[in-house]
Design a protein around this ligand. Structure first.
Ligand code: AMP
Ligand code: GLY
Length: 423
């Protein structure tokens, strides 16, 4: 089977790594991939959002199955184009991808179908948004409507911060069209969790639970990022909580999609706040999380490609999960999540290659000859598994010590809140 993985990040390296172990596979391609996918797949010089070029390639090469990593090509209609050409692709179509592509759509969808989420109001005019805020109270969360790579959300403790966020998105339009509408949302307290399922029509199969670390700095300080680290499973999702998530979130979502005539096939990710009143959806994503995918794919046993293909074809997928815990630490470039400088040589990768139960997934990297250089904000994902969270954490951070590049920074507290709970 010839397989194409679309994307350049750590999630896509992890997908390619897992798929490359499948006996079903004959050839693996990655568009565009990175220095990590290079060793296991053929990297293609095609941008993940260049849908026509990807479909042309898939047709010409006779690709049997395509797996899409990031949201942008899904929201731009990659699946619709592939399906029009009779190409098999794992991911939701453009209409279903609005669940991630528009926060306004997603919030109104949740409201229509009784899916628990934070109270919210949407605005197209900055002055109205500001006037409204005075009555809404603090803290408040200001969210861009459109895609922003995790950087369009501002948790604001003061009116000044909230006004600045509104100006940033709506007046200065720093994120472009993504900020032309905003959602103002009630601030929720609790633990966050990522709940990801394979979803097709009214069938779904949960993947292992995980927890991301969205803030840039230790102790959950600093701005939101795409994610600075994750581990799986998370002790914050116990059996009763998982039952609530399935019944109140996933199953209501499925009924809602059906009622609105929206077909869904692919990964579906619910970003949750586990509050004292039960789970609340912060966002839906129409793909695997990054870095959650890196942590949870470390735990999937057996042939994941076969599981995806079987699920796609309507068969019961074989999905068994390692009892071990996995943990992923993101190594980022100086300046991330804002402007970063590329082209820093990365040292020490060869030293972690042979470490037991450690895998380094590349994200923003580029190989030149025998050397690897940084190219982007999130550079590497150092992942490890262990008999428990403590062991996985120690192993991952020991591996991190072998790696360096100029300006490298990372959080040192991935998994700490869970460790405290487990104590
Ligand atoms: P989102 O992209 O909507 O998931 O938001 C990104 C991050 O912002 C979340 O992972 C939370 O850490 C935080 N966040 C979003 N919405 C809320 C909320 N209503 N209350 C508290 N924190 C939030
Ligand atoms: N790690 C969060 C996300 O992928 O959206």
């Amino acid at each position: 089977m010839k397989v194409l993985v679309v994307g350049n990040g750590g999630r896509e390296h992890a997908l390619a790594w897992k798929i490359s172990q499948s006996p079903l596979l004959s050839e693996l391609y990655c568009a565009k991939g990175n220095a990590g996918t290079e060793g296991i797949a053929k990297n293609l010089p095609i941008d993940p959002t260049d849908i026509k070029a990807l479909a042309d390639f898939a047709q010409k090469e006779g690709i049997d199955f395509t797996v899409v990593g990031p949201e942008a090509p899904l929201v731009a209609g990659l699946v619709d184009e592939f399906e029009k050409r009779g190409l098999r692709v794992f991911g939701p179509n453009q209409r279903a991808s609005l669940l991630e592509g528009s926060k306004v759509f997603a919030k109104e969808f949740m409201q229509r179908h009784g899916i628990p989420t934070a109270e919210f109001h949407t605005f197209e005019d900055p002055q109205r948004a500001k006037n409204f805020l005075r009555d809404f109270g603090l803290p408040v969360v200001v969210k861009a409507d459109g895609l922003a790579s995790g950087k369009g959300v501002f948790v604001c403790k003061t009116f000044e911060e909230a006004f600045q966020a509104i100006d940033y998105l709506m007046t200065r339009k720093v994120l472009g069209e993504a900020g032309s509408k905003v959602v103002l949302e009630e601030f929720l307290e609790g633990e966050e969790a990522s709940y990801i399922v394979l979803l097709k029509g009214d069938r779904y199969v949960p993947l292992p639970t995980s927890q991301d670390h969205k803030r840039l700095l230790d102790g959950d300080r600093g701005p939101n990022t795409g994610g600075m680290g994750a581990y799986s499973p998370t002790p914050f999702v116990d059996e009763a909580t998982e039952r609530d998530i399935r019944e109140q979130v996933i199953e209501r979502l499925i009924r809602g999609l059906k009622a609105e005539g929206i077909e869904y096939r692919g990964f579906l990710y619910a970003g949750l706040m586990l509050t004292s009143r039960g789970p609340r959806v912060l966002e839906f994503n129409v793909r695997l999380g990054d870095p959650e995918a890196q942590a949870l794919l470390m735990r999937i046993k057996g042939d994941f490609l076969r599981s995806l293909v079987d699920f796609y074809e309507g068969k019961e997928p074989y999905l068994q999960v390692e009892a071990e815990t996995s943990l992923c630490v993101v190594l980022a470039s100086k300046g991330y999540p804002e402007k970063v400088e590329d082209n820093k040589e990365i040292f020490g990768l060869e030293r972690v290659n042979d470490l037991e139960k450690v895998v380094v997934f590349h994200a923003g990297t580029e190989r030149r000859g025998s050397k690897v250089f940084t190219k982007g904000g999130r550079v590497l994902n150092v992942c490890a598994s262990g008999k428990d969270l403590k062991e996985a954490k120690e192993r991952a951070y020991r591996a991190v010590e072998s790696i360096s590049f100029e300006g490298m920074h990372y959080r040192k507290d991935i998994g700490d809140r869970a460790l405290k709970k487990l104590r």
